[in-house]
Every structure is written in structure tokens, then in C-alpha cells.
Design a binder for this molecule. Structure first.
Ligand SMILES: Nc1nc2c(ncn2[C@@H]2O[C@H](COP(=O)(O)OP(=O)(O)OP(=O)(O)O)[C@@H](O)[C@H]2O)c(=O)[nH]1
Ligand SMILES: [Mg+2]
Length: 269
């Protein structure tokens, strides 16, 4: 009787042990499954990260490509100016200098912007021999320091850059070919677009090429460009200018204009 009881007890123990072993196996399996799932998730996460990195790299490359193209276009302009030996004082800035606000020199192509700028820089008449392909930056020394001028080529593709620079400009110099009657309406339209984009920027207009027989007098230029509509809140000046023989001293009106620009720039800064 006793022995049967002991045997029964042992059997129960054995069954319990087996159950525990089974349970252990099940838990081991479950653990493995969980571990497997964690591994899979980590793999997925890594793949996602790699995909993101690849995408970021690609975007960076595309952006750099675009910028390089833009820079190349600008530098192409600079090189062409250089080839024409007109670039001793020129640079091609991608951004305005941080502490030096720029004096913008704008106007239609062929108006004489580069010629005026280089002549103002050297005080000698210096005719430009090639259109500006992009930007042309010129530093001019004055008694009180330096003025940084930025010409933007007047050809159609470059004009669109002007508005970006207007907000950072110190003054606006607008050069117009006084003898090019047929393009005066276009010049007027461009000028009024520019001044509409910045309502306070002081304006200096150069009615250039006054030496040409066909040139309009400054009073006619005033009318043709509708300068009376420029507004009372803005300082506005109009000079009749001309550049004749290369190497000769700049005319007194150009010198006066230079002094006034230096004064205006000092007042605004
Ligand atoms: N007769 C005469 N010709 C001038 C005068 N100023 C400039 N020119 C000539 O006009 C032409 C165009 O001059 P640029 O200085 O290149 O004109 P720009 O406004 O810089 O033109 P883009 O760079 O194309 O916007 C050149 O052949 C100059 O020699 C001037 O006062 N009188
Ligand atoms: Mg030019």
C-alpha cells in the first residue's frame, strides 16, 4: 500500500517535471521568435536609415550641381570681361559683402553701365568692349573709404536677378542710353519695376551718351522715364553724362555724380 503511494507520488513528480521541461522548451521557442522579430525590425530600421542617407546624398549632389552651374555661368561672364582686359577692379560676387552694402548699377544692355563704372573707378574714360554676362562688381576708393558697386548685366536673362539684390542695395544707379529713343519705353518699364520693388532706395539716373547727336536732353529723359512718378519719399537725382575718348579725364558732371554718390552712400549707411 505504502509502496503504491510512493510510486504514485514519484509518477506525479515525473509528470510535473515533464510539464516544466515542456514549458521551458515553449518559452525558449517564444524567446527565439521574439529575438527573431527584434532582429528583423532592426534590419528594417537600418535599411530605412540607409535609404534616407542615400536620398539626402543624392539631393545634396543635385543642389551642388545646380549651384556649380550657376557659378560657372557667373564666372564665365567674369572670364569674358577678363579677356577684354576690363577686369582689374572687377569680381564676381555670389553674395554681397557682409558689411559693405552695395550700390546697384542697373539699366538696359548697352546703356554704358560698365564703361561708366570703370571710368568712375579710374577717373579716366574707359569704354567697355563687351556686354556684362552676369555680374560685375567694382570697388571704388573715396576719401572716406570704399564703395562697392554691383552691375547686373542688362540683357534679358540677367535682369531677373536685379530684384533679389534690391533689398540689400544702398543706392540705385540707373544708366540709360539717351540716344536710343526706341528703347526708352523699355528702359522706363524696367526702372519702374525696380523702384516698385524697393520704395525708399535713393535713385541716381545717368542720362548717358550725351555726346551723341541724337541724344535726348535730360529734360526729355526725365519725361521719357516718367521720373516725376518716382515718388516724394525717395531721393532722386538726374545727371547728363558722356564718355568720349578712351584715357581722357572724366567730364566734370561724372566727377560731380561720383561725389554725390559717395555722399548719399555715407548718409544711408
Ligand atoms: N558715344 C558713347 N558711347 C558710350 C558711352 N558710354 C558707353 N558707350 C559705349 O556703349 C557700348 C556699351 O557700353 P557698356 O558699358 O558695355 O554697356 P552696359 O550697360 O554695361 O551693357 P551690358 O553689360 O550689356 O548691360 C560700348 O560700346 C561703349 O563704348 C558714352 O557716353 N558715349
Ligand atoms: Mg556691362
Amino acid at each position: 500500500m505504502e509502496r503504491r503511494k510512493v510510486k504514485k507520488k514519484e509518477k506525479v513528480k515525473e509528470t510535473e517535471k515533464e510539464k516544466i521541461r515542456e514549458k521551458g522548451k515553449e518559452e525558449k521557442l517564444k524567446r527565439k521568435e521574439v529575438e527573431q522579430k527584434i532582429k528583423e525590425k532592426e534590419k528594417e530600421k537600418q535599411e530605412k536609415q540607409e535609404r534616407r542617407k542615400r536620398k539626402e546624398k543624392e539631393e545634396k549632389r543635385t543642389k551642388q550641381g545646380k549651384e556649380t552651374k550657376k557659378e560657372k555661368e557667373q564666372f564665365k561672364g567674369q572670364e569674358e570681361e577678363g579677356e577684354n582686359k576690363d577686369s582689374t577692379l572687377t569680381r564676381t560676387p555670389l553674395e554681397p559683402l557682409e558689411n559693405n552694402k552695395q550700390i546697384l548699377v542697373l539699366g538696359l544692355d548697352g546703356a554704358g553701365k560698365t564703361s561708366v563704372l570703370h571710368s568712375l573707378a579710374s577717373n579716366r574714360v574707359q569704354h567697355s568692349v563687351a556686354p556684362t554676362q552676369g555680374f560685375n562688381a567694382v570697388c571704388i576708393n573715396t576719401e572716406d573709404g570704399q564703395m562697392e558697386f554691383l552691375e547686373i548685366g542688362g540683357s534679358e536673362p540677367f535682369r531677373s536677378y536685379s530684384e533679389t539684390y534690391l533689398s540689400k542695395g544702398l543706392l540705385l544707379i540707373f544708366v540709360v542710353d539717351s540716344a536710343d529713343h526706341s528703347r526708352l519705353p523699355e528702359a522706363k518699364k524696367y526702372l519702374h519695376q525696380l523702384i516698385a520693388a524697393n520704395p525708399i532706395l535713393p535713385l541716381v539716373v545717368f542720362a548717358n551718351k550725351q555726346d551723341l547727336e541724337a541724344a535726348y536732353h535730360i529734360t526729355d529723359i526725365h519725361e521719357a522715364l516718367a521720373l516725376s512718378e518716382v515718388g516724394n519719399d525717395r531721393k532722386m537725382f538726374l545727371f547728363g553724362t558722356h564718355l568720349t575718348k578712351n584715357g581722357s579725364e572724366i567730364p566734370s558732371t561724372m566727377q560731380d555724380a561720383k561725389d554725390l554718390i559717395a555722399q548719399l552712400a555715407a548718409d544711408v549707411q
